[in-house]
Design a protein around this ligand. Structure first.
Ligand SMILES: Cc1cc2nc3c(=O)[nH]c(=O)nc-3n(C[C@H](O)[C@H](O)[C@H](O)COP(=O)(O)OP(=O)(O)OC[C@H]3O[C@@H](n4cnc5c(N)ncnc54)[C@H](O)[C@@H]3O)c2cc1C
Length: 494
């Protein structure tokens, strides 16, 4: 048993925001992450962070845009907490050394993205925001942090509604039992459940599946956001083309240069993501290629160095001003039900970042609100933990005797998810995929469909597949329950 005060699972913006503040205030923290420390969706983020800091903006306008994009089913109090605390927390981050892009006089530059009524996205290194934010957060860590890489969390240690840590296994194949007073899930979303995704390879819904097995309440799982513009190379997605490109004048067109968003939404190319994704996907299903026309985007290479690199390394000649695109799974609005302070229904277990569902995103996330969520709610969670002390309960872990049966491949799960629980969902097909998932329940299962298994008898790769099945199944069940289209959940009778 490894004893530690606080254990955080993941090393994205949510995890590192909490860790930084706690260690600065003398708390000992262990951070466990599945890959290397910079492997996360946070590091891949391009567009930036939305925050009401420009002269003509205020947090109430940010609030309005957030709930409009979320189709008004957001948790209004959580949104208000997010947008009103954001300016101060971002200013503190800047004072602590983070360098966002500025003009020659040192004033922050603000970009515009979909469904924002004004420019409020701050960015760093052009479109390298996520990586530079993560590098700064890593710099903020001190000797109170133990950061363990290449260590996969396998299950949470929960008994009688109290969490007492996590079970992990790394490359050395040794199973570690962490006993902690506080356990924080910061494992990100579920993007790798789909064949076309912007998400990092480590993002396979592990946190959601572990939380489910631990008895956490989950919420809004049916809402999966697809980003309309991933680089499309022969039907495969090869990286994200930031929405900020459309914010700077990029237009979606057919191969005959016909703009496709004309007449589809008043905000045209900057309509909410679910709207734009469905329009692009519709062309895609008819076999028509769609391009992002960048002829009106000024200073493209300097403003978008990451996008330039992604395009050129995939053989796109940017002088032609046309980037082939298609939608890909991008963000999960649903997750482990949590307050803005990370509290879940399990004592001593907290959730922060994309794995959590605080309700701020409603049915559809407003662009660049998720890095913000990670940093703001990460800070609030750290403040909460600094004010209170928690004590775990010592117990011996009961080993499950349930073993995995036959498993599908990762590709099979991804293809099924895209066909059955993708951008457009067909009511009668959802029940079909639920049956397909059930076929892969472990042998001798007990009352819950995807129960805890004997982790000593399964490899990390098998547990990852099992987590993907669990998360996919839960998303399908949630989609089946919501029979009306709203936001990212688009359902048809056909
Ligand atoms: C390409 C791309 C561009 C984006 N651009 C923007 C943007 O411009 N602005 C914006 O606001 N949002 C953007 N987003 C969304 C945003 O980046 C994410 O929602 C946010 O970074 C999530 O942060 P997080 O800390 O919750 O999770 P992540 O940053 O995804 O980190 C999760 C961490 O948990 C680890 N992990 C997962 N499972 C386990 C396990 N079993 N054991 C141990 N560790 C585990 C992962 O390896 C990772 O380190 C973008 C996303 C992508 C993919």
């Amino acid at each position: 048993m490894i004893k530690t005060d606080i254990v955080i699972i993941g090393s994205g913006i949510g995890a590192l925001s909490v860790a930084g503040k706690l260690c600065k205030n003398g708390r000992k923290v262990t951070v466990i992450t599945k890959g290397q420390r910079k492997l996360s969706n946070s590091s891949l983020a391009q567009g930036g962070i939305s925050v009401a800091l420009s002269k003509n903006d205020n947090y109430k306008l940010h609030y309005e845009d957030t709930i409009e994009a979320g189709c008004y089913i957001n948790d209004k109090d959580a949104v208000m907490t997010l947008v009103s605390k954001a300016p101060e927390i971002i200013k503190e981050f800047i004072d602590g050394g983070m360098k966002f892009d500025t003009d020659s006089q040192g004033h922050l530059l603000f970009g515009k993205e979909g469904a924002h009524h004004l420019a409020r996205i701050i960015h760093a290194g052009g479109d390298r925001t996520g990586l530079l934010v993560i590098e700064q957060l890593l710099k903020n860590l001190n000797e109170n942090i133990t950061l363990i890489e290449n260590q996969m969390a396998l299950d949470l240690r929960v008994k009688n509604g109290i969490c007492s840590g996590v079970i992990t296994r790394g490359d050395d194949k040794i199973i570690n039992y962490y006993e902690s007073n506080v356990t924080i899930l910061a494992t990100g979303g579920i993007g790798q459940l789909y064949p076309c995704t912007s998400n990092d390879i480590t993002i396979t819904g592990d946190g959601l599946a572990m939380a489910y097995r631990a008895g956490c309440e989950l919420e809004n799982l049916e809402f999966v956001q697809f980003h309309p513009t991933m680089l499309n190379i022969k039907g495969k997605t090869m990286g994200l083309i930031s929405e900020a490109v459309r914010g700077d004048g990029g237009i979606l067109v057919t191969k005959d240069h016909k703009p496709i968003m004309e007449g589809k939404h008043p905000m045209k190319d900057l309509a909410p993501r679910d709207v734009v994704s469905r329009v692009v996907y519709d062309y895609f299903l008819r076999g028509d290629d769609i391009y992002l026309d960048i002829s009106n985007v000024k200073n493209f290479r300097n403003r978008f160095p990451s996008v330039t690199e992604i395009c050129e390394s995939n053989g796109i000649d940017l002088s032609k001003n046309l980037i082939p695109v298609r939608p890909g799974a991008h963000f999960h609005m649903g997750g482990v039900k949590a307050t803005p302070y990370g509290e879940t229904n399990i004592k001593n277990l907290f959730a922060v970042g994309e794995v959590a569902c605080t309700g701020v995103h409603g049915a559809n996330r407003l662009a660049s609100n998720s890095l913000l969520e990670g940093i703001v709610f990460g800070n609030l969670l750290a403040d909460k933990l600094l004010e209170s002390s928690m004590k775990s309960e010592h117990f011996e872990d009961a080993i499950s005797n349930i073993i995995l049966g036959e498993l599908p491949s990762k590709n099979e799960i991804q293809d099924k998810m895209m066909d059955f629980i993708g951008i457009v969902r067909h009511k009668n097909k959802i029940a079909e995929i639920i049956d397909w998932f059930k076929h892969y329940m472990p042998k001798d299962k007990q009352s819950m469909p995807f129960d805890k298994i004997d982790i000593t008898k399964a490899s990390n790769k098998e547990i990852e597949i099992y987590n993907m099945l669990t998360a996919g199944y839960l998303i399908a069940e949630a989609a089946l329950k919501r029979d009306k289209s709203i936001g990212a959940h688009y359902i048809t009778e056909d």
